[in-house]
Design a protein around this ligand. Structure first.
Ligand SMILES: [Zn+2]
Length: 244
């Protein structure tokens, strides 16, 4: 079984003790990571349910066959459902960086959110605290922090355009494109080099903009191309292939 880079602290000390205490509420929905894989991705979701309580019930319902490692409530309460060493069932069909079975190589965080509401400051604070620890424990690269919609652009749209990816990047918990216009590659090709899976062009652009340019509309433009080109140049899945 995979093991973390450093020990997991059950109750972390932090700047805001009420928001970082982790409650354990084990879900029966998990298994072993296949081939002993260690997580190199962290997938962020929203629950698309009316409350954290309803989401917790579903994520622990054996008939639902879904789970995540953590659920963070609207008020910022973090609940651990599945041990980080184990394989939670949150990602489903999809791929990132040319590899599928994302569940075996990822950690999943569900944010209680109905899909339309903004994410509260307390929820984001709790997420940032949790993410910082996970990145360190497993040595996950910053470009391995992705949206569910990134790895499944044809199926999923969470955590949606209201999720503040720019804030995560400013906090050093995710990546953000520089947007230099001197690097413009083919959008689809650059998206694949960055990690996106094969998808219809419209779905791919929608997934990209949801995360990096939620205020944009209209057809693919030079800004999209510059941003994805910058990401592909700085964070290629396969550095050898990207520079070839
Ligand atoms: Zn999801």
């Amino acid at each position: 079984m995979a093991s973390p880079a450093i020990g997991i602290r059950r109750h972390s000390a932090g700047r805001c003790p009420t928001s970082v205490e982790i409650i354990d509420h084990p879900s029966p929905n998990f298994g072993e990571r296949r081939n002993g894989e260690a997580p190199d991705l962290i997938v962020i979701h929203y629950t698309a349910m009316t409350s954290a309580k309803a989401a917790l019930e579903r994520l622990c319902d054996p008939d639902a066959e879904v789970s995540a490692h953590y659920l963070i409530s609207e008020a910022g309460q973090t609940t651990r459902l599945v041990a980080e060493e184990c394989r939670a069932w949150h990602a489903g069909a999809g791929a990132w960086g040319g590899r599928g079975d994302v569940n075996s190589r990822s950690l999943g965080i569900e944010l209680a959110n109905d899909g339309t509401a903004p994410f509260s400051a307390r929820q984001m604070d709790a997420l940032e605290h949790l993410l910082a620890g996970m990145l360190q424990r497993w040595d996950v690269p910053l470009h391995g922090v992705i949206a569910h919609s990134d790895m499944a652009p044809m199926r999923k749209s969470d955590p949606g355009p209201k999720f503040d990816w720019h804030r995560l990047a400013r906090s050093g918990l995710s990546v953000w494109p520089g947007g230099q216009t001197d690097r413009t590659a083919d959008f689809q090709q650059a998206a694949r080099i960055f990690g996106y899976p094969q998808a219809e062009p419209e779905a791919l652009l929608a997934a990209f903009r949801r995360r990096f340019r939620p205020w944009a509309s209209g057809p693919l433009d030079a800004v999209d191309r510059a941003m994805i080109s910058d990401l592909a140049a700085r964070y290629p899945v396969d550095p050898d292939a990207a520079s070839a």
